[in-house]
Write a protein that binds this ligand. Structure first.
Ligand SMILES: Nc1ncnc2c1ncn2[C@@H]1O[C@H](COP(=O)(O)OP(=O)(O)OP(=O)(O)O)[C@@H](O)[C@H]1O
Length: 193
């Protein structure tokens, strides 16, 4: 996997009229993992969106090397298509194959099921399959365990740890504990004004 890095300097985030966090610095290099922790509404998703380049920080800057894959509650799959077709659409764009990712996430038996019929946990697994297919070195995972049963949660924890072993960066925003190899914890409430 290509070398990657993620650096944020003096980050602060304003949402509406509210300053959520300020003076946040972080540096992650290849193989590093970070658990962004904190209660609902503290700004975990906002921080991930800043790191992804989807939200402009109020102050500070982000400097990253390497491609990014973001997993959040938005499932970018066509609801009308069967799961294998919907993932196949992205496979053509990513120049990858959907079958390996579907196998890893236990989705192979669901290939013919329309996306709109998938359960909450199955949708999350599908989102994770899409993330794997992107083959990006930097993973930004927003509440990746939400909706997953215990077996699926262990699979996701294992895949995230393997990503780190291969030299990828994994940044997880979650109010739940997650077993993640070599992960540091960033308690976002410590950066609240
Ligand atoms: N577009 C927006 N405009 C104004 N306020 C917003 C906007 N998006 C989010 N917020 C507010 O910013 C705060 C932080 O939201 P964010 O989703 O980053 O928190 P979070 O820590 O991820 O929460 P959760 O654990 O519930 O997912 C919340 O109070 C939310 O209402």
């Amino acid at each position: 996997m290509q070398e990657c890095s993620m650096k944020g300097e003096n980050l602060s985030c304003l949402r509406g009229e509210r300053l959520l966090f300020r003076r946040l610095d972080l540096t992650l290099k290849s193989g590093a993992a970070l658990h962004v922790a904190g209660p609902n509404g503290i700004g975990k998703s906002s921080l991930l969106r800043i790191l992804a380049g989807l939200l402009t920080p109020y102050t500070g800057s982000v400097d990253r090397a390497g491609g990014i894959a973001l997993l959040d509650e938005r499932l970018a799959l066509d609801e009308a298509l069967r799961l294998s077709e919907a993932l196949g659409f992205w496979a053509r764009i990513d120049d990858s194959a959907a079958s390996d990712a579907m196998e890893m996430l236990g989705l192979a038996p669901l290939g013919d099921v329309p996306v709109r019929y998938l359960s909450t946990g199955q949708r999350k697994r599908a989102a994770f399959a899409r993330l794997l297919m992107q083959d990006a070195p930097i993973w930004l995972l927003d509440e990746p365990l939400n909706g997953l049963d215990a077996d699926a949660a262990r699979i996701v924890e294992k895949l995230a740890s393997q990503h780190g072993e291969k030299g990828g960066i994994c940044i997880v925003a979650s109010h739940q504990a997650m077993q993640l190899r070599n992960a540091r914890t960033l308690a976002l409430e410590e950066y609240a004004p």
